[in-house]
Write a protein that binds this ligand. Sequence first.
Ligand code: OOB
Length: 563
Amino acid sequence: MNRPGTVPWPDEVARDYCAKGYWRNRPLGAYLWEWADRFRSRTAVVDGDHRLSYRELAERSDALAEGLARSGVRKGDTILVQLPNCWEFVVVLLACARLGAAPVLALMPHREHELSYLAELAEVAAIVVRDEWRGYEHQQLAATVAADTPSAATVMVVGDHVYPEHVDLRSLMRQADEVAARKHRLDAAPPDPRDVLLFLLSGGTTGLPKVIARTHNDYEYNARRSGEVCEFHADTVYLAALPIAHNFALGSPGALATLMNGGMVVLLPSPEPRAAFAEIEREQVNVTSVVPAVAQRWLDALPSASDDLASLQVIQIGGSVLPDGMVRSLITGFDCQVQQVFGMAEGLLNYTRLHDPYDVVTETQGRPICADDELLVVDEQDSPLLPGTPGELLTRGPYTPRGYFAAPQHNARAFTADGWYRTGDIVRITPEGNLSVTGRVKDQINRGGEKIAAVELEDLARDLLPQVLDAAAVAQTHAELGEAVCMCVVLRPGSELSLAELQEAFERKGVARFKFPERLAIFSAFPQTAIGKIDKKQLRLSVDHLLDESFAADSPQTSRQAH
Ligand code: OOB
């Protein structure tokens, strides 16, 4: 891996991963035509009424790779991609892989605050967006971000209303002729498989989301091995209802492993139960992945659904802690198998296996996919704990990079000196080697699977609102999402703050909506730990307690507490 800002695996470790066959030293784009030749006219991608065969997928991706190059994107460049689940997303990803340009996969709710930061950090050459999505003008957003970005990014748009000054992305892939010649040209200049295939975003624990550079070698393995473990095959029909900009639905095993096996990827822009159930019936979906918040919505919708869901054989569930009994409810409700998934954009993936005993499937989050995934469970001093004792999980392995992109200071804390990633998750490993996630030490809020760094919200509250003296964002227990953001503040004497004012300030700053605090709790002082830090554990407890009380008092959104 030779891009500035990336942290390569040590040479001897990389050699070992190659020797063991984890890394195949082929760029992902090299597989595209293999799939096309093997699976030809079989359907690769379904997006509503739009269907792409394996051959069409390869042809379009090649056409776009050259189209991107004509528009000034070069091998080694980075582009910011903000697209919903749609067939163009898949083509953009594969075109980038062919060309050797790396997409940064932003999420649809991201706004100026996040996109400007990502565009600048990754020095992007282009920004790819939809013209409009759910009533929001993404094209305008991209124009604003591009204008502020020192790298002078070109705006490329998917949609029917492309401004004249922007590039129409669909037109770049409309090149039916000279397929063989183009293939030949692209084959002749492949990217280095040790280079970055794509950048995933991490919830992170400090500031804005951290960016994770995943290489062709490591991410191809990530998806291939996940596909093996989850038994994906040519008849796999995978429903991507979670965002494919996320590691879970993209490559764990997700859309990528489906394509590797000749299966069919069915894309939906939202996991809304009615649309998801209808699509399962229509396309005979047999596997999908959900986060617990989505699973709950599906379970709630099940009794009134009239769709035939008999094709569904496996539901994969992960992304946040599962409520008790949820796996059992899914198995019975959907009459299918369930796989628990404990994964992270940073790498390490654990799955329960399809043939595991019932209690392993219902009670654990499974085990790693690779014999060379190294796991260490440590105490607060980084000392390894006795087997079976809960502690923080550290990990290294062939698809867990050794550092975040362009974040040396953060890396010094998030990774040990010898390259272990500190997951921030508290786990217990059973004698059989399965992991059970029992908590976390990282200061994060996991809102229905979306991770939010508490510090980012606290900085925003302090910076945007002069009346805020101190701020502490904590997770508040939420019936549907698991956790929601509660902002605790200490105000300057004599000042006031309402939840609406707080949310308006976030809105003006262009912060992604899922990060908006849903509750505000005003304190006269924060509880402190023995060494004088804000005691977030205590805060979280008092917030849950407070909100119970305020529910009773019928003023559910803002609560006051003297401390
Ligand atoms: C997935 O990836 P990320 O990067 O959005 O979040 C990773 C974090 C983990 O460190 C852990 O804190 C939490 O999400 N998490 C779970 C979990 N799965 C993820 N916590 C408890 N139980 C689980 N089953 O969330 C992700 C990536 C690939 C596959 C699946 C999930």
